[in-house]
Ligand binder design. Structure first.
Ligand code: S3P
Length: 174
């Protein structure tokens, strides 16, 4: 069965970079949930966050995930870092039988990796401290939804891509 591949993990884990490369490799469309929100609302993540608040953003995030998962064509989806927080999102991933891959890294590596903070208000100030606070709150959710874990901390994007491709190929054969 060909199913959506969904990359989850913290900000800076490489979901967008790896997701785009994976989609190109698999010749599938790529959807990034933040970009989908921005395209459908005509506003930036930061604008939504600052003007309407995080809960309003989370509602849009759910809508973006559910919309992407409802596409009949198998996609590669980069699900923004906070997607796993809501039970309904975790349920939607399960219902869609999506293949979920957790791109995992430690807070030090993550905070070094995040070069753009524009769409990441949670990282304003001290990104590493934010990562250290957020990761323990979220790790169990990533672990709960993921069918496979790929460590991205020290690995190059090419190496991560090879590992994720191996996960997808194995899942396709089972
Ligand atoms: C968030 C992650 C961001 C973005 C927003 C909130 C989070 O997306 O949706 O800043 O709560 O982890 P990325 O994971 O794509 O950076």
């Amino acid at each position: 069965m060909t199913r959506h591949v969904v990359l989850v993990g913290m900000m800076g884990a490489g979901k967008t970079t790896i997701g785009r490369a994976l989609a190109a490799h698999l010749q599938r469309p790529f959807v990034d949930s933040d970009q989908l929100i921005e395209a459908t609302t005509g506003r930036t993540v930061r604008e939504i966050w600052e003007e309407d608040g995080e809960p309003a953003f989370r509602v849009l995030e759910t809508r973006a995930l559910v919309d992407a998962l409802s596409e009949p064509e198998p996609l590669v989806i980069a699900a923004a870092g906070g997607t796993v927080l809501r039970q309904e999102n975790r349920d939607a991933l399960e219902r869609a039988h999506a293949l979920v891959v957790w791109l995992r890294a430690d807070p030090g590596a993550l905070s070094q990796r995040v070069t753009t903070h524009g769409h990441r208000p949670l990282l304003d100030g001290d990104p590493e401290a934010a990562m250290r606070r957020l990761l323990p709150e979220r790790e169990h959710f990533y672990a709960e939804v993921a069918h496979a874990v790929v460590d991205t901390g020290a690995a190059s994007p090419d190496d991560v891509l090879v590992e994720v491709l191996a996960v997808v190929e194995e899942a396709d054969q089972s």
